[in-house]
Design a protein around this ligand. Structure first.
Ligand SMILES: C[S@@+](CC[C@H](N)C(=O)[O-])C[C@H]1O[C@@H](n2cnc3c(N)ncnc32)[C@H](O)[C@@H]1O
Length: 261
């Protein structure tokens, strides 16, 4: 699995960058404005290990189970964030090549610390949420995982590169989810699987009528040549925010498909 172009820059000399973002853009990004953001997402996505809290496990274990069931040889995790699905699946499939892509420089940095790292990771960003002195002490060194910075709207891979593409909690963060889906299909091999999990938390009007209604989305996926293997609604994904247990609940739609084209 190789990139179809050269990186335009590097983060910390080791993470290739395909969609450079200026410092000003990053300061305005909800996912990149500072390092507290990946600390908070590390607390949420790895809450079972850090706090014995399983609030996020329903979603992550569902996505991992769907991935592992098809035993793919090449996997792309789009909008991988802090890399939780990669953390679970890459050790289980050591012969499989995994790529994790995210637009946020800091999410990429955190994924590398967690997935290609040795050192314990302090999480000072959790202190203001009532959780001081938290350290993630179980980073993994996974030679079969590559992290890169790129946009889901312009993937740096040739067509037909992957056996499986997954996008967990990404679609409604994209300015153009239709274009994002087209990119996912482009890099998927015929017979490959596309796994989507979205709380449909769109904040522009168009997707609510054109993309969110199940019959519209089914039609859209069918036009893209995707067969729907599984579809279910209302998987609760609970993001626990603080030491008191205050939380946001998301009602996640999960769709597993196979590409017929
Ligand atoms: C809600 S988080 C989900 C992270 C991860 N998939 C998980 O479930 O834990 C959404 C992620 O999508 C990333 N993202 C947003 N827009 C993106 C884009 N255009 N291309 C790639 N990643 C993007 C964000 O930086 C963030 O890490």
């Amino acid at each position: 699995m190789t990139f179809d172009r050269s990186p335009l820059e590097w983060i910390d000399g080791r993470i290739p960058v395909f969609a450079p973002c200026s410092a000003a853009d990053r300061a305005n990004s909800r996912y990149d404005r500072d390092f507290n953001v990946p600390d908070v997402y590390t607390g949420i996505a790895y809450g079972h290990r850090l706090f014995g809290d399983g609030s996020a496990e329903g979603l992550y274990r569902t996505m991992s189970a769907l991935l592992l069931a098809s035993a793919p040889k090449t996997v792309l995790d789009l909008g991988c964030g802090v890399g939780r699905v990669l953390y679970d699946c890459a050790p289980a499939l050591p012969e499989t090549q995994f790529a994790g892509l995210d637009l946020s420089y800091n999410m990429c940095r955190r994924s590398v610390q967690l997935l290609n790292g040795l050192d314990p990771i302090p999480l000072p960003g959790l202190e203001r949420w009532g959780r001081p002195n938290i350290v993630f002490s179980e980073p993994r060194q996974l030679p079969n995982v590559k992290i890169a910075q790129a946009s889901a709207l312009n993937l740096p891979f040739a067509p037909l590169t992957f056996d499986l593409v997954l996008a967990t909690l990404l679609l409604c963060r994209l300015p153009d989810p239709v274009a994002g889906l087209a990119q996912m299909i482009r890099v998927l091999r015929p017979g490959g699987r596309l796994l989507l999990a979205t709380p449909c938390g769109f904040n522009t009007a168009e997707p609510w009528s054109q993309f969110v209604p199940p019959e519209r989305l089914r039609e859209h996926l069918s036009i893209l040549g995707l067969r729907i293997d599984e579809w279910f609604e209302n998987l609760t994904y609970r993001e626990v925010i603080d030491a008191h247990g205050n939380a946001h609940d998301w009602r996640v739609r999960v769709i597993a498909t196979t590409s017929l084209v």
